[in-house]
Every structure is written in structure tokens, then in C-alpha cells.
Design a protein around this ligand. Sequence first.
Ligand SMILES: O=C(O)CCC(=O)C(=O)O
Ligand SMILES: [Fe+2]
Length: 241
Amino acid sequence: MATNVDFDLQKFRVSEAPCTVYYIPEFISAFEEQMLIQNILNAPKPKWTQLKRRRLQNWGGLPHPKGMIAETMPQWLSSSVDKVAQLQVFGDNKPNHVLINEYLPGQGIMAHTDGPLFYPTVTTISCGSHTVLEFFKPRNNDDLERRSDQAESESCDMRREVVVSLLLEPRSLVIVQDDMYSQMLHSIAERSVDQVSSETNIANRAACAKRFQEDGCFERDTRYSLTIRHVPKTRKFNFKF
Ligand SMILES: O=C(O)CCC(=O)C(=O)O
Ligand SMILES: [Fe+2]
């Protein structure tokens, strides 16, 4: 997909979802996808953070309310980050943080919000497999405070009603902003097969490949997601002796 200043993002707006979601299929090529997966898997072992039910890599620094100590992005990641930056969804800011999640079939992420640190924009490139990202209304104000690290330690997944779902195909980019970012929780169910039908209320289904237009069950493969965001507060590392 070519990206330039004349690129019309509005064409990719998911009008069936609350404000605001953009979904761009085939945002990266199959070659770029393979290179990303290869580099993710070649990262040094200490780059992985092992959670109870999935593992992740943090690039660009560790986000912190007091400011992120910024680290240079590796070359293999910066071309994808630049491609997203060209869409200008972060205004004049350049995205400076990438969280990479690995999901084996059957793995997911509990309902959470990404919090005020990155508001109002979060963008995600999917590699290796499709998945279904589900959005929920919060049950109360505390619910909106749930971060993914807290959600991870929750023992039971208290059911909420799905408001809307997005089908994220491999090589796609999804952009979530505004109320959809701040007023709803999102999660990926721990399933190895996703059922797609009119009942599953997938807001971007019309924008997906032909195979997803027919009702059916779709097996997940291993998925790597690159969540690319802008952390406004950064600081230099201080040595304290
Ligand atoms: O893997 C995804 O698409 C979602 C990841 C996510 O929600 C997060 O890391 O906060
Ligand atoms: Fe998230």
C-alpha cells in the first residue's frame, strides 16, 4: 500500500463502529510481514517479557507516567513505524513506542483500556494470523481503569456484552481513536477458532477479504501484533551516583 500526504484515510473509516475506527487491509506486504516475524523471533531472549498466558516485547522504551526513557527503535521496526507516521494519525507527533504481543492459537488478552498515556490514538499492525478484537462498554468507572497488566492477573473473566467486534486480518492496520479508545474496553478472546457470521457483529467485515464474507469458522494461527503509539512524555536517562 502506498502512503503519502494525499492518502485519503477517510476511505478506510469503519462507519459501523463507534467513533473512531479506521481499518486498512494489506497495509504491509507479505514480504514485510515475513521480515517482521523473522526479526521478532530473532530478538534477543531478554527482550521477551513472559506473562502468564502470552509473551511480549517492548520497543522504544518502557512507558511510565513520569516519562518514558526513550530508546532508539531498531531499523527493522522503524520502517513500519514510519509508514504509520506518514498517515499523520498522531498529528505532528512521531510514534515512538511499539508493543509486540505474541498470541498462539487459544491465547488472547483480557478486557482493558490502554489508558490516558497514549490517548487519543493507538494503531496496530497484525502479522501471521487474523484475530477478532472485541469492544465492551465498561460496567463502571473502575472498569475503565483496567490496564492490560492488571487484566492479566485477573482470575476470572467477568463477562461483559460485546458492543462491536473488528476482524483484524494479517498485514492490516487498525487505528482506534477518541471514544472508541477512551470509553470502551477491548479484548481478544482465548479461542483458537473464530466464528464469523451476521450474529458476530463485525463492524469492518465488508472491508475484509472474500473468504470472510461467507459465514464460517476460521482457525487462528500464531499472531504477532505491533501496537504502535506515541508516548508524549519522554526523558533522558539520569545516572544517579
Ligand atoms: O493484539 C492486539 O491487537 C491488541 C493488543 C492490545 O490491546 C494491547 O497491547 O494493549
Ligand atoms: Fe490494548
